[in-house]
Write a protein that binds this ligand. Structure first.
Ligand code: GDP
Length: 473
């Protein structure tokens, strides 16, 4: 298929592959990187339309040719524990579910939509940055806007800071919801000034971040919050092409005793319909039925529309991408290819080929990157600041370390997922990783380095960075 599209003889492509040590026959599946290599070898300019397109060999450019229309924003709620994330999600849903038949019972399918001024907003129903970043680590950016919930009686707390850094690392704009303003001890101004230190500048502080004072319990100003989301969405000018075959991301998936495998997906482009055949991660299936967030069967799901799919053979994972393909044989082939790939990766990890700090730097250099992402955890804030300052000084015009997150306390699973999603290494200063974090780091191939002397740490980073400098200097 690739040779056909390049207008080359397939035997020439096979010959080239043989020279590269790859024994293949026509019809074998190749991955995106190899396809790109072959295409450029034959003098073609490669443009990746989307990861799945290249891998599937569909080369669907309909997104450019087709009609792009506005789509609803997809919103995730983040913030410190007990600041009211769940309460806010519930309050917004209760007050604003898309008006349908009276008595439509809301189902928790992992995402829901509300309507405001005739416009739709999609909320991801799992609060917190952990789920958000776990998805991102799997290559899926589902969220357009992050709502940062900060309780007005508690102000900025460690997980508030984590949430800010997770959102920033993903390049997702933040809207601040200052919650619990019904409480007598509420001090919204303290929240705004607290956020300044973490470079979140709300409008009244001369910045551009929208903030809204709300009470999830009393349902105060929920309208204003939705307005702020719609305003932010307008600025983002979110568009998608509903006329092409569907692609998107798995938000949640489970095995239901009565219904079999049930996956909630968010369509990101195109329109999904019953009868479509799709691949989701390393699973595939034919869509038997689509069910919306009120438990109703629907005939189609367009961009940013959350919907449950019945009919997938196995259970994909949250964060897996899905794409509709032309037939069952194709779907099965791709799913099997991916299962093979996953097994190979697991085997490679087993054999202990984990990268060192130096190897990571070299890899970054290969990709032409000049920023080295680091995540720093330390025992006290003072030492973290000293480390950050020292590392910052090591930066040159060519290469510098970028600290994507730092904080006091042990290394947690959430740190691992942020590091994985951002390709960062983790530095622990006088702190250790807990068991879950160690397991996750092992599984995801994230490097953790422990230090208890700042000098050693700085020396290592310096050595690693000099390996990244261009050879001609
Ligand atoms: P989460 O951990 O961030 O999801 O927080 P929850 O939604 O579970 O809320 C934590 C606690 O704060 C619960 O006891 C809620 O009832 C309470 N809470 C949430 N929002 C408000 C609010 O606007 N006002 C008041 N007074 N309490 C709230």
């Amino acid at each position: 298929e690739l040779s056909q599209r390049m207008a080359e003889r397939s035997v020439d492509v096979i010959k080239f592959l043989m020279k590269e040590g790859q024994m293949m026959k026509p019809g074998d599946i190749i991955d995106a990187d190899l396809a790109e290599l072959i295409a450029s070898e034959f003098g073609h300019t490669v443009k990746r339309v989307s990861e799945s397109d290249v891998e599937l060999g569909i080369f669907n450019v309909a997104d450019e040719g087709g009609e792009l229309v506005s789509r609803p924003p997809v919103v995730t709620i983040m913030g410190h524990v007990d600041h009211g994330k769940t309460s806010l999600l519930d309050a917004i849903r209760d007050a604003n579910v898309v008006s349908g038949e009276a008595g439509g019972i809301t189902q928790h399918i992992g995402a829901y939509q509300v309507e405001k001024n005739g416009k739709l907003i999609t909320f991801i129903d799992t609060p917190g940055h952990a789920a958000f970043t776990a998805m991102r680590a799997r290559g899926a950016q589902a969220t357009d806007i992050a709502i940062l919930v900060v309780a007005a009686d508690d102000s900025v707390m460690p997980q508030t800071v984590e949430s800010i850094n997770h959102a920033k690392a993903a390049g997702v704009p933040i809207i601040v919801a200052i919650n619990k303003i019904d409480k007598p001890s509420a001090d919204p101004q303290k929240v705004r000034t607290g956020l300044l230190q973490h470079e979140v500048f709300v409008e009244s502080m001369g910045g551009e971040v929208l903030d809204v004072e709300v009470s999830a319990i009393k349902h105060t100003n929920l309208d204003k919050l939705l307005d702020a989301i719609l305003l932010q969405a307008e600025l983002l000018d979110l568009k998608a092409n509903p006329t092409r075959t569907a692609e998107g991301v798995v938000v949640e998936a489970k095995l239901d005793r009565g219904r079999g495998s049930v996956a909630t997906v968010l369509v990101q482009t195109g329109t999904l319909r019953p009868g479509d055949i799709l691949v989701a991660g390393d699973q595939w299936g034919r869509v038997r039925a689509l069910v919306n967030d009120r438990g109703e069967q629907v005939k189609e799901a367009g961009p940013a529309f959350p919907v449950e799919i019945l009919g997938i053979q196995g259970t994909p994972q949250a964060g897996d991408r899905f794409a509709v393909v032309e037939n069952e044989g194709r779907a099965r082939e791709i799913a099997e290819y991916r299962q093979r790939l996953a097994r190979d990766k697991a085997a490679a990890r087993q054999s202990g080929t984990r990268g060192s700090l130096e190897q990571m730097m070299t890899q970054l250099q290969d990709t032409g990157s000049q920023e080295f992402p680091l995540l720093i955890k330390g025992d006290v804030q003072g030492s973290i600041e000293a480390i950050a300052g020292a590392i910052d000084k090591l930066g040159t015009d060519e290469v510098r370390a970028r600290i994507i997150h730092s904080g006091a306390g042990g290394i947690t699973e959430s740190d691992i997922s942020l590091a994985e999603a951002s390709g960062a290494a983790i530095i622990g200063f006088n702190v250790r990783a807990n068991k879950q974090a160690r397991d996750a780091a092992e599984r995801d191939g994230v490097e953790i380095r422990y230090y208890n002397i700042i000098y050693d740490l700085v020396d290592d980073v310096k050595a690693a960075m000099s390996g990244m400098l261009s050879p001609e200097r």
